[in-house]
Design a protein around this ligand. Structure first.
Ligand SMILES: NC(=O)c1ccc[n+]([C@@H]2O[C@H](COP(=O)([O-])OP(=O)(O)OC[C@H]3O[C@@H](n4cnc5c(N)ncnc54)[C@H](OP(=O)(O)O)[C@@H]3O)[C@@H](O)[C@H]2O)c1
Length: 339
């Protein structure tokens, strides 16, 4: 028996992703009976607007989650690790936007356009994970190509904005840019090197084998989302001095030959994809074009010289489809099918 409206909580409601979740819930008219917003002492007492409702931000320590149907966790991995089980123990279903559970086989990792059926597995732990932004973009674009021609190998470079490091990432790029433009020296607090007027060749700390954490998350995420655990996926993540919006350069080998025209025709009608690919008019998506959009933008599709290989370019709003909107879409399927 479906409810007509749900009790919803957002943990980390005042952060970059949390505020987008609150905005998306209002914009998409999610049926909310009661909205609880949580943050740290820094923002407790603020108020946020969600559609027609204005709700206060409370201290997370006050949260009990009794009678709460859905809790979005957007306060980082440590807060998720400490609080998720309290929410599920109180009977809430958790949608976690942090990477904490993304590799846990007992937690479905979901992009609704790609693998909505996996959501049925939420009952095991009461948790659904929303993937990293680049894994979302890749899965949305690769799923229809995989269905049409099978995937043999994926190679990808990401061009990621500072918003991926949260509010502090935005502040560091602002501060360094102002200091350098005024001829002053600058220091780094969030990123390991200067980010202003620079490009860094990794996202996240280095792990075994020299891979960066962001790269490992993407490989794990894409394999899980496409239900292809052995798919060879090779990723290089880069961080750019861009505030919002990201892009990916993708090279994909398919089992059966796909021409660029065939790939265009497939992607033009694929769920969650907006094709922007016209050489004659010079039309292709940029990271800035993607900001404010909920689709994954695809362009510059071309046939590589190698057999059965395509190159293309993706752009995505990191905070919307790359985080908040994907999480709200998960919630929409949960209430439509399960809650
Ligand atoms: N930013 C992105 O592009 C992006 C994309 C995909 C996924 N994610 C994931 O989304 C999560 C949130 O990232 P974000 O970029 O939104 O971070 P953010 O801008 O730094 O915001 C963090 C939020 O968490 C709250 N918070 C932090 N520590 C807390 C604590 N101990 N108790 C209660 N609240 C606490 C903050 O509250 P105050 O306002 O009180 O400080 C703020 O609301 C992360 O797990 C990140 O990996 C981010």
């Amino acid at each position: 028996m479906h409810k007509s409206a749900y009790s919803v909580a957002v943990v980390g409601a005042t952060g970059l992703v949390g505020t987008e979740i609150v905005t998306a819930l209002g914009q998409r008219r999610f049926p909310i009976a009661d909205l609880q917003l949580y943050a740290s002492i820094r923002s407790a007492g603020d108020e946020l607007q969600c559609g027609d409702v204005r709700a206060p931000v409370e201290l997370l320590e006050r949260a009990r989650f009794d009678g709460t149907d859905l809790v979005f966790f957007a306060a980082g991995e440590h807060v998720s690790a400490e609080w998720i089980e309290r929410a599920t123990a109180a009977g809430a279903v958790v949608i976690d936007i942090s990477p904490l559970c993304a590799a846990d086989p007992d937690v479905p990792l979901v992009v609704p356009e790609v693998n909505a059926a996996e959501l049925s597995g939420y009952t095991t732990r009461g948790i659904v994970a929303s993937p990293d932004a680049p894994a979302i973009a890749l899965a949305v674009a690769l799923k229809p190509l995989a269905d049409a021609a099978g995937l043999v190998r994926v190679v990808c470079s990401t061009f990621e904005p500072v918003c991926g490091a949260g509010r502090r990432g935005i502040e560091e790029l602002q501060r360094q840019t102002i200091e350098l433009m005024n001829g002053r020296s600058t220091n780094n607090e969030v990123f390991p090197h200067r980010i202003a007027f620079n490009i860094l060749p990794h996202v996240g700390e280095f792990l075994a084998g020299g891979f960066a954490r962001g790269e490992v998350h993407i490989v794990t995420g894409v394999r899980r989302l496409l239900a292809d655990p052995a798919l060879p996926v090779s990723v290089t993540c880069t961080r750019l001095p861009v505030f919002y919006g990201e892009a990916l350069a993708v090279n994909v080998e398919t089992a059966r030959k796909l021409t660029a025209t065939e790939a265009r025709n497939i992607l033009r009608v694929a769920p969650g994809v907006l094709l922007q690919d016209d050489l004659e008019t010079g039309s292709y998506p940029t990271a800035a074009d993607a900001v404010g959009q909920d689709a994954t933008l695809v362009g510059r599709i071309r046939e590589d010289e190698s057999l059965n290989v395509l190159d293309f370019w993706l752009a995505l709003d990191t905070l919307r489809k790359g985080a908040a909107v994907n999480a709200v879409q998960i919630a929409e399927v949960l209430i439509r099918e399960y809650l």
